[in-house]
Design a protein around this ligand. Structure first.
Ligand code: FAD
Length: 404
């Protein structure tokens, strides 16, 4: 019992606060927010927001009145240390906040490019609203973008920049785009689609330097000796989980803040959720750290339930999406470790799904412009059911019959 203090007001932090109130939690709730905005949705930052002209308020989960009505105290500032013995959080402002339970929802930050000139104003990253806003503002004056990293965010931005009329080059060290996250079939489809749109994708190469004159970017040199002219560089080379606050308080960390299947750290008064949490997963075996809205919000709901007396191990079903140009990729399940891929639908018709199996066990489904398959995958997982690879490949097999 006692106040719940939440560090980080992203998807996870916001959702814990909202779910606690929904479950009738009556004590103090403080949401410590180090961004100068009301809590907002992150995915549009590389999609609709950067494409459109809607203001920041279009991204907010809730208006300010919601926090007042719900008595959720939004505290602007940064948590700098935790005194576990006294159960207090210290803010950069010098203020201390006592907690009954502390929630670390600190998310992740951009992995920075370690090259000279990488800190020039024409070199941009895309994690927070201020970065997306500043990119949106300078784009109209730019003509040639080089994007470093062909992950989800790099490719989403590439598609938008191309639609906006920029020349676009994408650099990727791996032999295919989104290599860590999707099957070769899906990578190849997106490579072809981005190339059709006029985006140049360079695989198996690395940026070795950023050239500039008078503080303005002029181009990027590649490991294969080529040089690409550019007046804008966007870096999307992954993120690092924000684990330092936990580590400095003596909590175990590895590739994330280590929590058990209840999302509790080694200290029973401190939990961690979302992008920063490396959580024990009985369902998938071992530990996982995921970067998705589903993961952050489902963690948050599970934790809020525990803090209001409904203690259950976290057992969420992962799903994810990415919008790239006119194509929508949706992933249900965790496809890592597959040894067999079965296609349903037809990439040539711009609508297909890759069903990923380990042996005969369906691990997950990557759907491209096949929302029905994606929803099917999520429902199938929720029921702990499967279909055979032969059924998946057979378009005449009625998926609904597997849910009956
Ligand atoms: P975050 O949302 O990162 O929030 C953490 C917050 O904590 C941040 O505001 C941070 O500044 C703050 N913070 C950190 N340390 C402190 C401190 N010491 N004191 C105070 N505050 C602190 N996921 C999808 O599922 N689909 C998508 O299409 C998708 N698109 C994305 C596009 C972009 C551009 C980005 C950046 C992410 C996208 N994601 C997407 C991922 C998704 O947004 C994240 O998984 C999600 O935001 C994680 O929520 P979180 O609460 O764990 O962390």
């Amino acid at each position: 019992e006692g106040p719940v203090i939440i560090v980080g007001a992203g998807h996870g932090g916001y959702q814990v606060a909202a779910s606690l109130r929904q479950a009738g939690f009556a004590d103090r709730i403080c949401l410590i927010n180090d961004e100068a905005h009301l809590p907002y949705q992150r995915p549009p930052l590389s999609k609709a927001y950067i494409k459109g002209s809607a203001g920041p308020e279009s991204l907010m989960f809730r208006p300010e009145k919601f926090y007042q009505d719900q008595k959720i105290e939004l505290i602007s500032g940064r948590a700098v240390s935790i005194d576990r013995a006294a159960r207090k959080v210290l803010l950069a402002s010098g203020e201390t906040l006592p907690y009954g339970h502390l929630v670390l929802a600190t998310g992740a930050r951009n992995r920075l490019l370690d090259l000279p000139n990488a800190n020039l104003p024409d070199v941009k990253y895309l994690r927070i609203l201020d970065e997306s806003e500043s990119l949106r503002q300078i784009m109209p004056s730019k003509t040639r973008a080089v994007i470093i990293g062909a992950g989800f965010i790099g490719l989403e931005f590439a598609a938008t920049a191309r639609i906006k009329g920029l020349e676009v080059d994408v650099l990727e060290l791996a032999p295919r785009v989104m290599a860590r996250a999707v099957t070769a079939e899906v990578s190849e489809y997106f490579q072809a689609r981005h190339r059709e749109a006029g985006i140049r994708i360079h695989l198996g190469v690395q940026a070795t330097s950023i050239e500039a004159e008078n503080g303005k970017v002029t181009g990027v040199s590649l490991s294969d000796g080529r040089h690409l002219p550019a007046d804008l560089v966007v870096v999307g080379v992954g993120v690092l989980p924000n684990i330092e606050l936990a580590a400095e308080a003596g909590l175990p960390v590895a590739a994330g803040i280590i929590v058990d299947e209840y999302l509790s750290t080694a200290d029973p008064d401190i939990s961690a959720i979302g992008d920063c949490a490396l959580f024990a997963s009985p369902r998938f075996g071992g530990s996982l750290r995921l970067e998705s809205v589903q993961n952050a919000t489902d963690h948050a709901r599970c934790l809020a339930a525990r803090l209001t007396g409904d203690r259950k191990a976290y057992d969420g079903h992962p799903w994810f999406w990415s919008d790239q140009g006119d194509d929508k990729l949706q992933i249900a399940g965790l496809t890592t470790g597959y040894d067999r891929v079965v296609l349903r639908g037809d990439p040539a018709r711009k609508a297909f799904s890759a069903f990923c199996y380990h042996g005969d066990r369906l691990l997950g489904i990557e759907s491209v412009n096949r929302a029905g398959d994606h929803m099917f995958g999520r429902r199938l997982q929720a029921m702990d059911r499967s279909i055979t690879p032969e059924q998946a490949a057979d378009e005449s097999f009625d998926l609904k019959s597997a849910l009956a």
